[in-house]
Design a protein around this ligand. Structure first.
Ligand SMILES: Nc1ncnc2c1ncn2[C@@H]1O[C@H](COP(=O)(O)OP(=O)(O)OP(=O)(O)O)[C@@H](O)[C@H]1O
Length: 242
């Protein structure tokens, strides 16, 4: 759930940052030395092979996990806040599990959000004819659109999205990522964890590639679009600076 209690951030303002961040499970760090800045209107993609530490990083940015070192700043607040507190301040999170109430209808799902259903439908008008159905009976793509629409309708200042595209057809992935880009173009700061490298490069401004819990490349997406293999090489350690 999200809320918008802060004044909207101006472009170029850093609204989310990780400084020397380390985090993990049960006291041990599985990600370390994470340095990241996200400005209003910017889409930052976290890429990397399975197990590289993308989700762990995202959950720590959200406040689901506490840092074991370093800190996260959200909208100027560098205290170790929990997810519900960051949500109240204007952070929206979509986790890998589809954030949809399967027993409720599409409409009920939208009404449970903090934003207006009409704002949600402005992102995905194709959902409208299906909103009377129980969400559990919608397709995977429709469920994901519903989840993203509900979060975006709440007008978050920061959106963290983990593998929106998991198991979905390329055209749906494109739709979802285009909506994320549109939201960023209205000023939302976005961090996107994505497996589809080419699709991510199309919408991202900045890319961080992770390997074994560390950043191995930070670069403007535009520099990588013609050579996405450079990224997947890094997944397996090829092309990494010695
Ligand atoms: N709940 C957990 N408890 C213990 N270890 C975990 C937990 N979740 C993830 N890990 C471990 O942390 C490391 C990083 O996992 P993480 O999910 O952050 O990677 P990822 O890059 O998001 O991978 P994927 O693309 O497969 O989701 C992995 O070694 C993983 O096994």
């Amino acid at each position: 759930m999200t809320a918008t209690t802060e004044a909207p951030a101006s472009r170029e303002e850093i609204v989310l940052a990780a400084r020397g961040l380390a985090a993990g499970y049960g006291g041990g760090a599985v990600v370390s030395d994470i340095e990241l800045e996200v400005r209003a209107g910017e889409v930052v993609a976290l890429l990397g092979a399975n197990g590289a530490g993308k989700t762990t990083t995202l959950l720590t940015l959200a406040g689901e996990l506490s840092p074991t070192a370093g800190h996260v700043e959200v909208l100027g607040d560098d205290r170790n806040r929990r997810l519900h507190q960051r949500s109240r301040a204007g952070l929206g999170l979509l986790t890998e599990e589809r954030c949809v109430f399967m027993q409720l209808t599409g409409w009920q799902n939208l009404k449970l959000g903090r934003g207006a259903p009409s704002d949600a439908l402005a992102y995905f008008p194709e959902l409208e004819p299906h909103l009377g159905k129980q969400a559990g009976l919608l397709s995977g793509g429709q469920q994901q659109m519903l989840a993203l629409a509900r979060v975006l309708a709440a007008k978050p200042q920061v959106l963290l999205a983990d593998e929106l595209s998991l198991g979905l057809a390329p055209l749906i992935v494109q739709r979802l990522l285009e909506a994320v880009r549109r939201a960023a173009d209205t000023g939302v700061a976005v961090v996107l964890v994505e497996q589809h490298v080419r699709q991510a490069l199309r919408v991202a401004d900045t890319v961080h590639v992770m390997r074994r819990g560390r950043q191995v490349l930070t670069a403007p997406a535009a520099e990588l679009r013609d050579n996405p293999e450079q990224i997947t090489d890094l997944y397996v350690g090829r092309g990494e600076a010695a």
